[in-house]
Design a protein. Structure first.
Length: 395
């Protein structure tokens, strides 16, 4: 979820990403081929999505339905005004979605925990109401099985550690409910981690924050570093024994913004085997739009294009490597999106843009979903394990 303004809505895939020429070196060979025609590019995208499902790292449809539908799951199979609906998910060829179970971090204590549980309940009710479209997933195998059955795997990610009220017991219960990642902060610091959009107080992670990262690793929950400060990201990467993700962030090397990831953090993902899931939020993608967004908006918003998002993807590839990139649109988490990416039906347009730049089907498959599927698979055994084992973090 990105802070809203003026809105009521505050290559075998089984082995991981298909190997490519720059997978081990981390050097993207950009524009290696003559730019493809649209028809050729579309064929490449079709081949890529035969190799791997498209897996998005962050979608706020649950929050949208909290704010504007009183959590109803009725009527979601028709055309909606939201960024997300069933028909658009199908048109976008989405194979798996991490649904953000989010509440604003202005909620505190038990209210934040209750709100998070309500969000989780909405996702479970969504899958129950439309069983021909959605199925709850907690593992890479579940994602593959959903794909085989023609359904969209529905994974859960909790955005912001305020949702656990600084309780390791609540964290463990979220894991038992199927939550696969925890974003360490939202727009404000937590009691033990610094946000990228707040004044630092912990120099990254406090000692308790270090223990939370270890507990997440023990539980098999992914450490999500979107929203955190660079110091927090470095501290988490120093500690984490499992791959991390950025569920919805872009690149500071393209657009300087506190929600984007600097190159010195990106360059550590190869050693960690983690993934940056590039987001489409226009103020993170375009410096010109960010200036407009932070002003009085008295002029029309600058156009942000799918090509600019592709530039972030290619920068992330150049710095982190082809095996360490993915997609995290943040649909229904902000008001505007780039041209051709204004809803969940837009993913193919981005893949076509990259194919026209010379990306192969195997490379697009890595980006679309194979990389994050590899990260899930690497943590599945821990997630399925007995979480009652002794832990140093009891309360």
């Amino acid at each position: 979820m990105t802070a809203r303004k003026n809105s009521s809505r505050s290559a075998a895939a089984r082995a991981g990403a298909p190997r490519t020429d720059d997978a081990s070196t981390g050097t993207a060979a950009r524009h290696r081929a003559t730019p493809h025609s649209v028809d050729t590019a579309q064929a490449t995208v079709d081949a890529a999505l035969d190799l791997a499902p498209l897996i998005d790292g962050h979608n706020d449809w649950a929050w949208e339905c909290r704010e504007n539908r009183d959590y109803s799951v009725e009527g979601l199979d028709g055309a909606l005004s939201t960024d997300t609906d069933i028909n658009r998910l199908r048109a976008g060829r989405v194979g798996a979605q991490f649904w953000s179970v989010f509440v604003e971090d202005t909620l505190a204590g038990a209210d934040a925990v209750q709100g998070t549980l309500e969000q989780i309940d909405w996702v479970y009710r969504l899958a129950a109401r439309y069983p021909e479209t959605f199925v709850i997933a907690t593992s890479a195998a579940d994602v593959e099985n959903a794909r085989a059955s023609g359904r969209i795997a529905s994974l859960l990610g909790a955005e912001g550690a305020h949702s656990i009220n600084d309780s390791p017991a609540v964290l463990r219960m979220l894991a038992r409910l199927g939550v696969r990642y925890l974003t360490l902060t939202h727009v404000h610091n937590t009691d033990w981690a610094d946000s990228g959009t707040d004044e630092p107080v912990h120099n990254g992670l406090s000692p308790r924050g270090v223990e939370y990262v270890r507990e997440l690793n023990r539980l098999g929950m992914l450490v999500d570093l979107s929203h955190v400060s660079p110091a927090t990201a470095h501290a988490a990467l120093d500690v984490s024994s499992a791959p991390v993700i950025f569920s919805h962030s872009s690149c500071s090397g393209v657009t300087a913004h506190p929600r984007n990831v600097p190159d010195d953090v990106l360059s550590r993902l190869a050693a960690n085997d983690g993934v940056l899931m590039v987001t489409f939020v226009p103020q993170f993608v375009s410096a010109e739009y960010a200036v407009w967004f932070g002003g009085d908006k008295s002029t029309p918003a600058p156009l942000v294009t799918v090509a600019q998002v592709a530039d972030h993807v290619e920068h992330a590839r150049a710095v982190a490597g082809i095996r360490h990139i993915g997609l995290g649109g943040d649909f229904d988490g902000t008001d505007d999106f780039p041209d051709e990416l204004d809803g969940v039906d837009g993913y193919p347009a981005l893949l076509v843009e990259l194919a026209r730049r010379g990306w192969s089907a195997a490379e697009l498959a890595a980006l679309a979903g194979a990389n994050v599927l590899r990260v899930l698979r690497a943590t599945d055994a821990a997630f399925a394990g007995d979480d009652s084992a002794l832990t140093r973090l009891t309360r």
